[in-house]
Design a protein. Structure first.
Length: 370
């Protein structure tokens, strides 16, 4: 096996594929990256038995072949190489990597022991990379991290015609984003519960892709979903378990609503929460033209601040976990955030300012009872 490739392309491809390397490989070969060269392409792949990542890059292939080398070591080396073309070839039980005046000899892992990589399912539609990344980021903040509730560690994707909905919850907040996408069939409908960590990382890395193709197995092999853009692809197994029926959690009406400058409120919450002890809350008192923030209690440190706002309805006082509140303000992605209330002890909904048509983002936040 022998090929020549540009240094930056190799580093980018290795970095992408190394995302799937397991921290504690159940079998030694999973610590390796699989490199396969043929024609004018080099495909670099990593796999942890649940998720796989592959990157295809242009290469000048002199001798096609397949090899398996230590993934972490190759990633470290490729990042540190000088800016010269890289030549890689196999020599017996070692791989030789030359770049400028640098030469590395890496032991080969037994490629015949490497598990078969998952096959990418058929595409079911596409969405712009930047839109996809922003949508996933806005819901991933609400995904659970409790290992005892794996179904809450995922992001639920719902496909219905040209509408794609995403939802995540950790029981204390719920984030939902709806957007338009381009399905291969307008009659397609379905759902998938994707590991939030994998989906968030993949979407972020594909934010610069013109289009991201979403692929899902619909027959034999159900339980696998894939994402591909700019020659990079990721597949992952879907999570088991039933995701909560989240749509019924949003209130049909509200008794009050308030609009606040997102940056001003975020900065104020950060300041007053400096005195809040772990797991304590920040209290917000919404009035006609302002919202008063307070943190701390008794003889301990206290903090107060006032931010301008516009309230429709009666005054309302409500308390939130400060970090959950900050996550919601940031995820709304608007210069102004709108709060909708049904009571001081009931969940509030954060969203962009109301506009005609369906709301494309909502963040339901449970209050902290005082």
């Amino acid at each position: 096996m022998k090929f020549r490739v540009e240094r930056d392309q190799l580093a980018d491809g290795v970095s992408w594929a190394a995302r799937a390397l397991p921290t504690r490989p159940p079998i030694p070969t999973l610590a390796g990256l699989r490199l396969e060269s043929a024609g004018d392409d080099l495909v670099i792949s990593g796999f942890d038995m649940e998720s796989s990542s592959s990157a295809g890059i242009a290469a000048d292939v002199e001798e096609p072949g397949v090899m398996l080398v230590s993934g972490r070591l190759l990633a470290d080396i490729s990042r540190s190489l000088p800016n010269h073309p890289v030549t890689v070839c196999t020599d017996g039980q070692r791989a030789e990597l030359r770049c400028g005046r640098s030469t590395f000899l890496l032991p080969l892992l037994p490629v015949e022991d490497y598990p078969t990589l998952p096959t990418m399912p058929d595409p079911i539609g596409t969405v712009a990379g930047s839109v996809f990344a922003a949508a996933v980021s806005s819901v991933a903040v609400a995904a659970g991290r409790d290992d005892t509730l794996p179904m809450l560690q995922g992001i639920r994707l719902e496909f219905e015609g040209d509408r794609l909905a995403m939802a995540a919850t950790d029981r204390y907040r719920l984030a939902v984003r709806e957007l338009r996408w381009d399905p291969t069939s307008t009659s397609h409908s379905g759902a998938a519960l994707v590991p939030a960590r994998v989906l968030a990382d993949t979407a972020k890395q594909l934010s610069g892709a013109g289009e991201v193709a979403i692929a899902q197995a619909t027959g034999a092999g159900d339980g696998l979903i894939g994402f591909e853009g700019d020659g990079r692809r990721t597949t992952t197994r879907l999570l088991d378990g039933e995701f909560p029926k989240y749509r019924q959690l949003f209130p049909d009406s509200s008794v009050a609503s308030a609009r606040v400058d997102a940056a001003a409120l975020s900065d104020a919450v950060k300041r007053v929460s400096l005195v809040a002890e772990r797991n304590s809350s920040v209290r917000l008192h919404f009035r006609a033209d302002q919202v008063d923030l307070h943190a701390g209690s008794g003889d301990d440190a206290n903090a107060d601040e006032t931010v301008e706002s516009t309230l429709t309805g009666d005054d309302i006082e409500i308390s939130f976990n400060p970090q959950y509140l900050l996550d919601g303000i940031g995820a709304v992605g608007s210069t102004v955030v709108e709060f909708s209330f049904t009571g001081s002890t009931k969940p509030a909904v954060l969203s962009p300012p109301t506009k005609p048509g369906p709301v494309d983002y909502r963040y339901l936040l449970m209050p902290v009872r005082i």
